[in-house]
Design a protein around this ligand. Structure first.
Ligand code: PEP
Length: 251
């Protein structure tokens, strides 16, 4: 059965003390309850150690929000896959829309980052999604398919078995607007069909495809029970234990 994941992307929020406190609250909310998904938190680099300590021995996984593709050297301000892995992370985001559109990251850099993550033993969550202009021009599927193919194309089955994809329409991130369940599920189907063509049905069927974009406790159940939606990448609502747990345990 395909893995399900609910991951909280804390972005540039919460220092290490606040992060450790939130991790403790999340663990408190998971006590005596078994989620139907793997729960992941992705704090800023400076909080990885403290949050990792708070989560030690628990079922909650740690992830980072970005990496640099070289292993070491003169890359001021950057952090390698090996460092992230040594800090206790299992996951790393690659291609989040804020890195694509604020920091200008594109195909070549993202391909290198994704491959470096795999080489460093991390599971990348590769983010894709169209801008509002692309959706309005009827080019959402074309954009997302291109983003999938240009970075994941050429990976072997072993590499792909470690990858999850997050479909995050850019216009839905942090805006309170959410894709309809039908639109999100439809795009996930497009992605899965493309994975099937690129890697075969077996690999496509095993790849988790998460939805992201203003997921909240009140829309989580509908989204997470839709066909082909295998979990959520959550920004704003992951910054408080109540709302994050309301997505982990949707009602
Ligand atoms: C995100 O940053 O990946 C995200 C989905 O943010 P939000 O949930 O706040 O829209």
């Amino acid at each position: 059965m395909r893995k399900r994941i609910v991951a909280g992307n804390w972005k540039m929020n919460l220092d290490h003390r606040e992060g450790a406190r939130l991790a403790g609250e999340i663990l408190g909310g998971l006590k005596n309850r078994v989620p139907q998904c793997e729960v992941v938190v992705m704090p800023p680099f400076t909080s990885l150690h403290a949050v990792g300590e708070a989560l030690r021995g628990s079922s909650v996984s740690l992830g980072a929000q970005d990496l640099w593709h070289e292993e070491s050297g003169a890359f001021t301000g950057e952090v390698s896959a090996g460092m992230i892995s040594a800090a206790g992370c299992r996951y790393v985001l690659v291609g989040h829309s804020e890195r694509r559109h604020i920091l200008g990251e594109g195909r070549d850099l993202l391909s290198k980052k994704l491959r470096a993550a795999l080489k460093g033993g991390l599971s990348p969550i590769y983010c894709v999604g169209e801008l509002i202009e692309e959706r309005e021009a009827g080019r959402a599927e074309e954009t997302v398919s291109r983003q999938v193919e240009e970075v994941l194309g050429g990976l072997d089955a072993v590499g792909m078995s470690k990858v999850a994809i997050a479909y995050e329409p850019v216009w839905a991130i942090g805006t309170g607007k959410t894709a309809t369940t039908g639109d999100a599920s439809g795009m996930h189907g497009v992605i899965r069909d493309l994975l099937s063509k690129l890697f075969g049905r077996g690999t496509a069927g095993e790849t988790p495809i998460l939805y992201g974009g203003s997921v909240k406790p009140d829309n989580a159940r509908a989204l997470l029970s839709a066909d082909d939606i295998d979990g959520a990448l959550v920004g704003g609502a992951s910054l408080a234990s109540d709302s994050f747990l309301g997505i982990v345990f949707p009602t």
